[in-house]
Design a protein around this ligand. Structure first.
Ligand code: GDP
Ligand code: MG
Length: 198
């Protein structure tokens, strides 16, 4: 019988400055900062429920496109699920995800059954270069899910990780343990309607 790892590994990719660290910190700690601190590579852990038991959700916040190619390949081969983040204020940041998506498909032998979420972050910003319809079309071509988020306003951040886990078909993985919600308690959703809800 194939050994099933007791970790569920999620890897967050995306160009520098799109808000990868902000999304992860918002999810894990419930905090946000306006200053930009480049990330080396950090992994955050929390206990989630996994089939009838528990396992560790490991979220790896990468340095984005500046990650060494060998490290990128290793993160992909070890990862179970992937979050591909761009900023809605930068078309280039969406374009930079193409090669990463291709590499995931190549290393995993296709994307069927691999949970991948395309994420348009900074949806609170008014200076947009990518609208939700366009990103949705990219997600359709990549056969992955799509969501817009704002780490700044805490919009769709819990939902992003929650939905990503529902895409996993090999195991029943969910946030929280014994039906309790993990992460930070949600505040009232002040920005509902401001970002496209997919
Ligand atoms: P990373 O390089 O992808 O990890 O990006 P960071 O998380 O460090 O964020 C880069 C910059 O974007 C920082 O100045 C953040 O404060 C800002 N930022 C991150 N998320 C959002 C967001 O949802 N909305 C806005 N307006 N700014 C954000
Ligand atoms: Mg970072």
């Amino acid at each position: 019988m194939p050994e099933q790892s007791n970790d569920y590994r999620v890897v967050v990719f995306g160009a520098g400055g799109v808000g990868k660290s902000s999304l992860v910190l918002r999810f894990v700690k419930g905090t946000f900062r306006d200053t930009y601190i480049p990330t080396v590579e950090d992994t955050y852990r929390q206990v989630i429920s996994c089939d009838k038991s528990v396992c560790t959700l490991q979220i790896t916040d990468t340095t984005g496109s500046h990650q060494f190619p060998a490290m990128q390949r290793l993160s992909i081969s070890k990862g179970h699920a992937f979050v591909l983040v761009f900023s809605v204020t930068s078309r280039q940041s969406l374009e930079e995800l193409g090669p990463i998506h291709q590499l995931i498909a190549q290393i995993k032998g296709g994307v069927d059954g691999v949970p991948v979420m395309l994420v348009g972050n900074k949806c609170d910003e008014t200076q947009r270069e990518v609208d939700a319809r366009e990103a949705q079309a990219v997600a359709q071509a990549w056969k992955c899910a799509f969501m817009e988020t704002s780490a700044k306003l805490d919009h769709n951040v819990q939902e992003l990780f929650q939905q990503l886990l529902t895409l996993e078909t090999r195991r029943d993985v969910r946030l929280g343990v014994d039906g309790k919600r993990a992460g930070q308690p949600r505040r009232t959703d002040r920005v509902k309607g401001k970002c496209a809800l997919m």
